[in-house]
Structures are given as C-alpha cells and as structure tokens.
Write a protein that binds this ligand. Structure first.
Ligand code: COA
Length: 325
C-alpha cells in the first residue's frame, strides 16, 4: 500500500502595497522599467508593511488553503513553513501560524532552503504522510524577503517581493504508480561550495544581525540554467516520463529568462508554464505555492493533471517535484 500526499486545497496572500518598476524609479533607485523588464520579466512586486510580517502572510494563505480543502483548523496535524525571513530568529514561524489559527498541538517547524524551500518542504511533508506520521499537513512558503534587501544595491533590490502561498496535503491511499494523485517524486540537491554567490551578509550565529542579500547575478544565472536543465531531465528519466506527459510546469519565479530556458529544455510551450514573476517578482519560498494558487483559482490547473515544480535558490539548493493534482 502506498500512501500519497495529495494537495486538497491551495491559498495565497499578497501584501496590500503593489510597487511597480516605475514606482522604484520614483523612490530614487537608479534603474528603469525597461532594464528590469528586459533582464527579468518583472513589472511589479508586492511589498509588506509592518502589519504584514511573514507569519501574518503565512496564516492568511493557510486559512484560504484550509477553506479550499473543505477542512477546518481542527483537521490539521502538521505545519511546515518554508521561509528565509522568519518573524523571529526563534521560535519558528510555523508555531506562530499554529497559535494564530488555533491549531491543536501537532508537529510544526520551519524549513530553510531559501528559494527551493517549498519543494523541500513539500517533499518532507510527503515523506511524513507516506510513513503515517500525519493526515493533513499545511505546507506554506512565506517570505518578507524585501526585509533582506539593501535598497542601495540596484542589482538586487529590483528583483524581490513579498508574499505567501500554502497548500494542504492529505493522506490518501494510492496504487504506487504515476497514475496516483499526490506527490509522486522529489529530487533534491544542495551544493554548499556555492554558498558565497548568493547569501545574506550576516546571521545570528555570527554578526547578530540578519545581513542583507549579496548576489553574483551572472554566476547564479549560469548555475540556475544548468541545474534546472539537469533536474527536469532527471525527474523525467527516473520516473519513466516523457516531457509531453507533463501538463504544467510551475517553476520558481526568479527570472523569466531562466523559466523560458527550462521550458525550452522540456520542449514545453509557454502556454503550459505558470508565470507570475511579472506581477510578484521573486518571492523566494513563496513563489511556487503562490503561482500554483493563482493557476488553480483561475481554472488553468485542474485536478488530475501532472505537474512539475522546480526551483533553485541560495545554498545553492535546487530540486524538482512531480505531482498529480
Ligand atoms: C540579476 C540579473 C538580472 C542581472 O542581469 P545581467 O545581464 O547579468 O546584468 P549585470 O549584473 O551583468 O549588469 C549589467 C549592467 O547593468 C547594470 N545594472 C545592474 N542592475 C541594474 C538595475 N537595476 N538597473 C539598471 N542597470 C543595472 C550594471 O551596473 C551593469 O552595468 P555596466 O555594464 O555598465 O557595468 C541576472 O544576472 C540574473 O537574473 N541573475 C540570476 C538572478 C536570480 O535568479 N537570482 C535568484 C535565484 S533564487
């Protein structure tokens, strides 16, 4: 018997303030709408204020996912939050979400894999469900990444945004084949030798500060294109799939050029790729569940379809998940 982690509800939250590229120019950043859009595909991002900390966004996204699943907080028996920007250094954002939603004692913890955080968290949730450890797990990606930005560094500050996305995964019996609904495969990697090309400049264990984002953009770009190509190939080959078996690619939303290169590799039309980077910017661990929720709610992505998620983030970390909705 195979127990699958099936996504039964999705939800998301975007901060109230929408900030366009031209708004950034108006704020005095030495950039242009044309430069940002041509290099990244970004037109706007949402930026949280102090009434919208990471846990607040996570909780709103989670409420919507729980409602979409037809459940209540009483049904949840696990919470995993993927975040790089927890409200506090400790305890985890997951326990704050738990308290805010009135969820009874259960496992609750954060996963730190930066922009790959959601694919890591979903894989962990699937494993926990597969071994009978929980029945309904909330898996959330939530970030107030703009708090880690140096607004004087135009090479990074134009790229990021804030937000949260959530799913509820439920334990359901499967047959053990790729025809099951649920998380069917995950392929996760990290290479700590590349930590320096994308990192925060501080941390509680060293500087006692959070630091700000440092990125060697061209290096990250090269790694992203290479690793995304290899991870999607691996995910297909190891699971006996062809690219045309995949209905939707839902990639991490960092840069439209990286997304397009991955879709090309799969021979997929951009009509089969969910793109939200234009309106959200790079929301790190929140970007995939945000994109999934958008596409579920607008009716593009439907129950029964085969979906590939893929991401690369600081670490470097990268990975892909294949799931049937
Ligand atoms: C960041 C990124 C868009 C930069 O694009 P790029 O083509 O590599 O640009 P470069 O950094 O080489 O800079 C090119 C020029 O634009 C300038 N520039 C940088 N940021 C700018 C901005 N916001 N506005 C205007 N000009 C800018 C640079 O100063 C440089 O000028 P110069 O040629 O006179 O020195 C690109 O490297 C990238 O997308 N990298 C991957 C980022 C990513 O995905 N990160 C997250 C992974 S989770």
């Amino acid at each position: 018997m195979t127990i699958r982690a099936v996504i039964t509800g999705t939800g998301s939250y975007l901060p109230r303030a929408r900030v366009t590229n031209n708004d950034l120019v108006a704020r005095g950043i030495d950039t242009t709408d044309v430069w940002i859009f041509q290099r990244t595909g970004i037109k706007a991002r949402h930026i949280a204020d102090d009434t919208e900390p990471t846990s607040f966004m996570a909780a709103r996204a989670a409420e919507r996912a729980i409602a979409a699943a037809g459940l209540t907080a009483a049904d949840i028996d696990g919470i995993i939050v993927a975040t790089t920007t927890p409200d506090r250094t400790f305890p985890s954002t997951a326990v704050t979400v738990q308290a805010e939603l009135g969820i009874a004692p259960c496992m609750a913890f954060d996963v730190q894999a930066v922009c790959s955080g959601f694919v890591y968290a979903l894989s962990v949730a699937s494993s926990l469900i597969g071994t009978g450890g929980a029945k309904n797990i909330l898996v959330i990606g939530a970030e107030r990444f703009t708090n880690l930005i140096d607004w004087n560094d135009r090479t990074t500050c134009v790229l990021f945004g804030d937000g949260a996305g959530a799913v509820v995964v439920r334990a359901e019996q499967g047959t053990g084949t790729m025809h099951d609904r649920g998380v069917l495969a995950s392929h996760l990697y990290a290479d700590g030798n590349q930590a320096g090309i994308l990192c925060a400049t501080g941390g509680p264990g060293t500087t006692r500060t959070t630091g700000v984002t440092h990125m060697e953009g061209r290096e990250v770009f090269k790694h992203a294109v290479t690793h995304m190509a290899s991870i999607v190939d691996e995910a297909l080959v190891k699971n006996g799939l062809n690219a045309d078996d995949i209905d939707w690619l839902i990639p991490h939303q960092a840069n439209l050029r990286i997304i397009t290169a991955t879709a090309d590799r799969l021979g997929m039309s951009m009509d089969q790729v969910v793109v939200t980077v234009d309106g959200h910017g790079n929301t790190s661990a929140a970007s995939i569940p945000l994109a999934l929720d958008v596409a579920v709610r607008d009716g593009r992505v439907k129950s029964g379809q085969l979906i590939m998620l893929e991401a690369l983030g600081a670490g470097l970390t990268w990975g892909a998940v294949i799931l049937r909705l």
